[in-house]
Design a binder for this molecule. Structure first.
Ligand SMILES: Nc1ncnc2c1ncn2[C@@H]1O[C@H](COP(=O)(O)OP(=O)(O)OP(=O)(O)O)[C@@H](O)[C@H]1O
Ligand SMILES: [Mg+2]
Length: 210
């Protein structure tokens, strides 16, 4: 049987990594075989592309270059890692996936949504997550949480306005596709957030009565 595909989405400091660690222990507890991964990246080549996308550089990065690099890494990630894992029955949990492209390269950068949809149809095809957990947090709280970090990448350093567009972009996508998305209020305490993650996971694995 094919494994379930779950993605975690949200802005900077929304708690994706924190939730990923919790999901990992949840799956172990239920003895569900799984694999965790992230985007951009997930394979050796895709991680190399991640560096190209996120590293600071003197040269400015054209929006189209960023878009195509992200999709090039995704093609590698899907075909060499995600699909084989799902086909072998593993549950795959990805820290970011296709929705981040629609939101970062589309909404926030003002990219052509039709072109991104075309790329998605081409690269992702039917390999969409069964469930996407959106961690929604006000921009200033998210940025505050990651402020103490030593390293910030090219996208972390974007303006508050950019991150605001990211937040709204995610929310809009989630409202339009409630069948796939679970929206979690990530401004709550970690304990309360993880309780909501639990509810979302139970729904994703049909372990509840909803
Ligand atoms: N609900 C929460 N309340 C308070 N602090 C939190 C909460 N969730 C996460 N944090 C803390 O905020 C910081 C950022 O969380 P985390 O790394 O999980 O976010 P992220 O979404 O993965 O960030 P990034 O976008 O940089 O990958 C961490 O120090 C984490 O412990
Ligand atoms: Mg993270």
């Amino acid at each position: 049987m094919k494994g379930r595909f779950i993605s975690l989405e949200g802005g900077e400091g929304s708690g994706k990594s924190t939730c990923l660690a919790y999901i990992q222990s949840w799956l172990e507890n239920k003895s569900i075989p799984y694999l965790t991964t992230r985007e951009p990246g997930g394979t050796s080549l895709a991680e190399d592309i991640r560096q190209l996308v996120l590293n600071d550089r003197e040269e400015s990065v054209h929006d189209l270059t960023e878009l195509l690099l992200v999709f090039a890494s995704r093609a590698q990630h899907i075909n060499e890692k995600i699909k084989p894992a799902l086909d072998s029955g593993l549950c795959v949990v990805s820290d970011r996936f296709i929705d981040s492209s629609f939101v970062y390269q589309g909404v926030a950068r003002g990219g052509d949504m039709d072109k991104i949809q075309t790329l998605s149809d081409w690269v992702v095809k039917e390999c969409l997550p069964d469930r996407t957990i959106l961690l929604d947090v006000p921009v200033e709280i998210g940025l505050q949480r990651v402020q103490s970090r030593q390293q910030s990448d090219r996208l972390d350093k974007e303006s508050v306005e950019f991150h605001e567009k990211v937040r709204q972009g995610f929310l809009e996508r989630a409202y339009k596709d409630k069948g796939r998305f679970s929206i979690v209020d990530a401004s709550q305490s970690i304990k309360a957030v993880l309780k909501d993650i639990d509810i979302a996971l139970n729904a994703a694995f049909h372990l509840d009565k909803y």
